[in-house]
Structure formats: structure tokens, C-alpha cells
Design a protein around this ligand. Structure first.
Ligand SMILES: C[S@@+](CC[C@H](N)C(=O)[O-])C[C@H]1O[C@@H](n2cnc3c(N)ncnc32)[C@H](O)[C@@H]1O
Length: 507
């Protein structure tokens, strides 16, 4: 934010609340003092007896009785996610924080409070896989739904409060350099839909980073009811209508989701300046969604430039439980808005789509001596993006996992797919075609990155991917390269231009 204006837009009031309270500019010493006051008052009034609980519940407002989505395992409203003692403790804490006069301090402490809601509720499950005192999480994080934990967790409220305060204070310290009294006026934090950016004029934005929902994976509005109920955050029917997800309490269809994502890409194109970039974060096992994103972006006039995997720190509970079916991490796809955008051309690879899929999977397994679900998925999507076969991929698979389980061995310990024991790589594809496949993919990437690699660089990049089946001689690679590439100077190479290279993928 130094010298730049920034706009954050999200439909979910909880997301907007988090940004607002995170960026609220406070002096660390003032925040520390306010926290001590709040903590001491809380300790002096902490409810212990039934009488205490009743007294607090009469005086301090608890969570709103917002209806929960159907399927919340018999719990119909948000207040039922908390026992009377949990409600009393949280209500007391919130009432004390609310007494803070300074808006920024109060909001910062409310962020800490929202962390306490995460921890102090009936859905909090202790962890069997994060072996630390603070492992575990509410059902919403574990199962992406509401369910009461089989064993109630007795959290040390004050200790937990101190820890939450530490997190908030550390996050603010980290941001101080960028977000401070001199820069905060440059930020607009908006609750709204990315489908309508009419408050931003055409071609006025320098860079967009967007991280939309990934289909039906996380139902954000449904799942934030637990926090909205405490933080007095309103969600309207219109918000649900505009939310870009599939499924959920409002039973949104795949088409609803696809339309909203496509419309938001059009809006982003409109507001972005020429010669500027859009980074689009996405994760999905179904190639149909990737195809939709690329197709819509290209129709708008964006040029695809490249994609890089982004890893998550701690894997989710779902990933931990089902490592071979649940994806973790995302790809960041970068698009460039240029006057004469090049579209991704379907490369003439001379292989049918089944061969391409098999070669891609075997190639990545051969290169790494086994590959995770994420490595395989990322490789297929990136190759699909670069060689223009996503549309064929989407016709063949909506989920690759059954095919992987049928065709490869899976090691539960290492979470790695490998070639079945006592079998060879299945690929029967002609060696020259396999070389051509990787050469086209590699040279296209180099062209986008405006690089002209030497022959040794090329061999180094593609050889590890060709370890399945016969490994080629350098001379064989050179002869295919001469076919599809052209020399730049004496020692470097680039891909032949359109027209010179017949582009038409066989189906
Ligand atoms: C993958 S999360 C990203 C969250 C957050 N931006 C981040 O980077 O951590 C997707 C977000 O998209 C928001 N969202 C869903 N539909 C939207 C829409 N039509 N306009 C704007 N945001 C939307 C959800 O509320 C959710 O917060």
C-alpha cells in the first residue's frame, strides 16, 4: 500500500470484518494496555456457577438465533452451537470489549474475540493429527459443516485469550510498515460482489489478485453463520443469490456458479488497464472449471501467461483423512491484458487424449519417482493450459481419482502414486511423439517468458519427464527439435511460428 491505492471486495461480511479489524491502525502499546484491561475485568467476572451464568445471560447479549443451513445435524439455529457456560463466557468478553471507546482498538479486540468463537463452541473437535495443545478445530474447518463434537472440549479460556491476542498483535506488527496512519486512507474495504464493479471506472486498475470460491468445496456464507451471529453481521437473501458457489443451503447449480465466475472475469477485464496483470487463484479436480476460466478470460481479451502451484502450510483435516481424493494447494494463473492477445493454440501432438493423459501422468511419476495427487493434477492442468487440451480433458474426466486408483499403486504412508509393482510404464506412445509433446510445451512456456533456451537447457528440462519407456538419445531430441523449433543465433532455440507448425490436436 506504499504509494498505492488498494480495494478489497468480498461478498461475505465476515471476510470484510476480518480485513477491517486487521488493518485498523493501532499503537501496539495502546492495544496491549486495552487487552490487559479487558483480560483483568473478564477474570474478575468469569462465570463459574449456574447463578453467574444466568446473571450474565440476562445482562450481556449472546449470539443471534440465525437459522443454520439444513443438514446441520439437528441443530437449527446458531445459538445452539454453544453451551450456556460457553455463551456466558463469550457474551461477557464481548460486552467488556464493546466498552472500549477507540474504534480501532475495539475492532482489533473483536478480531481476537472472533478467534475465541472459533475455539469455544460445541463443535470444537480435538485433534488426533496436530499433536499440540492448540490442535483441533471447529466442525466448520474440519468437515465444512456443522456438527457437535463427540467429546466436549474444555478450553482454558484465559490462556486461549492470551494466545489469540498474541496472534492479532503479531499480525499487526507484521503489517505496520505497509498499513499505517499515512497509508490507511488508500484502502477501500468493500462488502460487495465482484460481478458488479461499477464503482470502478474502465481501465483504471493496475493489478488484480483474485481468489474465488472453488465450486462447492467451501460454502462461505453458510459456514460463517456461527461468527456472524456473534459479530452482528447481516447476511441478506441477495448475498446468497450473488455468492459464487455450487450447492449450499440455497442449492445453487453448477451453472449459477459458472455464470458468476464468468461475469466477474468480464468485470475484471473492464476495470484493468492495458498491459497490466490479473492473478487468478484456483483449485479444482474437474477440468471443466479450468476450461471455463481460460475460455472466458480469452474471450474477454486476456492472454494466458503461465501458472504456478501454491502450497498450503498445514493440510486441512479433509486432506489428512482422504489424501488421495482431496486436493490441497492451488494454482495461480496469470493473465495479461494486451491489445493483441494470443490465444492458446491446440498443439498438433499426434496423440489422442487418453495417450496424452497417460503420458502426462507417467512423465511426472517417472520424473519424481512417484507423484502426489496434487503434482499429477497440477501437471495435467498446466499441460492442458499450455497445449490447449483442457476442453478434451473435461470431456473425459470430471475427477481423475478413480482412474488413478485403477491404474497406479497408492502408498498410504508417503501419499504417493507410483507404477504398479512388477509392471512397466504402460505407455506405448511413440518416442518421437513423447519428445514432441514435452518440447512444444517447454518451448511455448519459454516463448511466453521471452527466453530462448540453449540445447542443453532443453535436454535438461525434458529428459527427466521421458524416463518412462525408452530414454531418448540427445540426437533423437535434436531431430524432433529441428522439426518443431527454429534456431535463434547459433546456439539457441524457439518454437516455430503459427502456420509453420500445423496446429490441430487429434481427438
Ligand atoms: C477462496 S475464498 C478467498 C478468501 C480471501 N479473499 C482470501 O484470500 O483468503 C473465496 C471468497 O470469495 C467470496 N465470494 C463469493 N462470491 C463472491 C462474489 N460474488 N463477489 C465477491 N466475493 C465473493 C467468499 O465470500 C470468500 O470469502
Amino acid at each position: 500500500m506504499n504509494g498505492r491505492k488498494a480495494i478489497n471486495i468480498d461478498l461475505n461480511p465476515m471476510a470484510v470484518f476480518m480485513v477491517k479489524s486487521l488493518v485498523a491502525v493501532v499503537k501496539q502499546s495502546d492495544l496491549a494496555k486495552a487487552f490487559e484491561e479487558v483480560k483483568l475485568e473478564y477474570i474478575s467476572k468469569e462465570p463459574e456457577t449456574q447463578e453467574d451464568i444466568e446473571r450474565i445471560l440476562k445482562k450481556c447479549p449472546g449470539p443471534k438465533k440465525i437459522p443454520l443451513p439444513k443438514g446441520a445435524r439437528g441443530i437449527d439455529t446458531a445459538d445452539k452451537l454453544f453451551s450456556p457456560i460457553q455463551t456466558a463466557k463469550l457474551a461477557l468478553l464481548k460486552a467488556i470489549i464493546k466498552k472500549q471507546k477507540n474504534d480501532d482498538i475495539r475492532n482489533s479486540l473483536l478480531l481476537m474475540f472472533s478467534g475465541m468463537v472459533t475455539k469455544v463452541n460445541l463443535t470444537y473437535h480435538t485433534s488426533s493429527y496436530v499433536k499440540s495443545e492448540h490442535g483441533g478445530g471447529p466442525a466448520v474447518f474440519r468437515y465444512y459443516g456443522y456438527r457437535i463434537a463427540p467429546f466436549p472440549t474444555n478450553v482454558n479460556f484465559v490462556k486461549s485469550l492470551e494466545l489469540r491476542y498474541k496472534y492479532v498483535s503479531a499480525a499487526k506488527k507484521e503489517m505496520e510498515y505497509f498499513v499505517n496512519n499515512r497509508t490507511i486512507h488508500n484502502l477501500q474495504n468493500i462488502k460487495g460482489t465482484a460481478v458488479d464493479l461499477s464503482f470502478i471506472s474502465d481501465e483504471s486498475v493496475d493489478y488484480i489478485y483474485t481468489d474465488p470460491p472453488y465450486g462447492k468445496k467451501i460454502l462461505y456464507l453458510d459456514l460463517s453463520v456461527m461468527w456472524c451471529a456473534w459479530l452482528d453481521l447481516e447476511v441478506s437473501e441477495k448475498d446468497y443469490e450473488q455468492e459464487a458457489i455450487e450447492g449450499g443451503s440455497h442449492r445453487k447449480s453448477k451453472n449459477d456458479y459458472k455464470n458468476l465466475i464468468a461475469q466477474s472475469i468480464k468485470e475484471m477485464y473492464r476495470v484493468l488497464k492495458f498491459d497490466r496483470w490479473l492473478s487468478f487463484v484456483f483449485a479444482h479436480k474437474d477440468p471443466e472449471f479450468w476450461h471455463l476460466i481460460i475460455d472466458t478470460a480469452e474471450r474477454c481479451g486476456f492472454e494466458y501467461v503461465g501458472a504456478v502451484p501454491q502450497k498450503n502450510g498445514q493440510p486441512s483435516f479433509k486432506k489428512w483423512k482422504n489424501p488421495h481424493t482431496v486436493l490441497s494447494g492451488q494454482l495461480i494463473i496469470n493473465f495479461h491484458k494486451v491489445k493483441n492477445p494470443k490465444t492458446i493454440l491446440k498443439a498438433n501432438l499426434g496423440m489422442d487424449i487418453s495417450d496424452i493423459i497417460m503420458q502426462t501422468i507417467e512423465g511426472i511419476i517417472a520424473k519424481n519417482n512417484g507423484a502426489t495427487l496434487e503434482q499429477i493434477n497440477d501437471e495435467l492442468i498446466i499441460k492442458g493450459l499450455e497445449l490447449g487440451f483442457l476442453d478434451l480433458l473435461k470431456k473425459r474426466y470430471s475427477d481423475l481419482t478413480p482412474f488413478l486408483c485403477e491404474s497406479f499403486d497408492y502408498d498410504k504412508e508417503t501419499k504417493i502414486f507410483s507404477i504398479r509393482k512388477n509392471t512397466k510404464f504402460q505407455t506405448h506412445i511413440d518416442l518421437n511423439l513423447r519428445i514432441k509433446y514435452y518440447l512444444i510445451s517447454y518451448l511455448r512456456r519459454m516463448e511466453r517468458e521471452k527466453k530462448t533456451p540453449g540445447f542443453d537447457d532443453i535436454v535438461l528440462a525434458i529428459m527427466p519427464l521421458l524416463k518412462n519407456g525408452i530414454t531418448p538419445e540427445k540426437q533423437t531430441i535434436l531431430s524432433v527439435l529441428e522439426d518443431i523449433g527454429q534456431r535463434v543465433g547459433k546456439a539457441c532455440w524457439k518454437i516455430k511460428q503459427e502456420g509453420q507448425l500445423l496446429m490441430n490436436l487429434t481427438t
